[in-house]
Unconditional design. Sequence first.
Lengths: 112, 114
Amino acid sequence: QQQVKQSPQSLIVQKGGISIINCAYENTAFDYFPWYQQFPGKGPALLIAIRPDVSEKKEGRFTISFNKSAKQFSLHIMDSQPGDSATYFCAASKRGNEKLTFGTGTRLTIIP
Amino acid sequence: DGGITQSPKYLFRKEGQNVTLSCEQNLNHDAMYWYRQDPGQGLRLIYYSQIVNDFQKGDIAEGYSVSREKKESFPLTVTSAQKNPTAFYLCAGGGGPLNTGELFFGEGSRLTVL
């Protein structure tokens, strides 16, 4: 039972382009939606997160768009750079509980 | 240096052997978690603990055991009952005085069964 579905599994984007990764969730009790970035051989690190009281959050080149009615959220990376090449995981958790349910991950490759 | 420290980074095990992965934290997190990472499957929760001397099973607890005798430590034992133990194991901490919902991960332990 996969509660958070993530797509695509892999993504290749040219330098300077926009990278878009999508996630959908099923459990309406989820109220915290983070994105984690993982480099090879390392643990994931929080990139950006959103709560359902807003529809968009932007931090630098990274933006989360959130659609509560559709139960979907996405990560947009503007002006993608080779250093952004990593695996990205979306996740979700319920209020007051950091126990995260993760998506299956997207391997992003930025080519020159 | 600080945060979530996992050891060893690489571990090889023969079939039928138990192995224990260490996880120590100095961030005063109340909660600690063990996740397993396999290619194409994301991170799956094995066990978690929200308080000392208490822990709960996650989604894939069979073949694993944990203890939480002190706040700073949350070791994971991969037993011989785990059918497919070769994986990348990640420990995380969260909660405490600055609870933001964020989990802080260690650098992982890669276990290979020979």
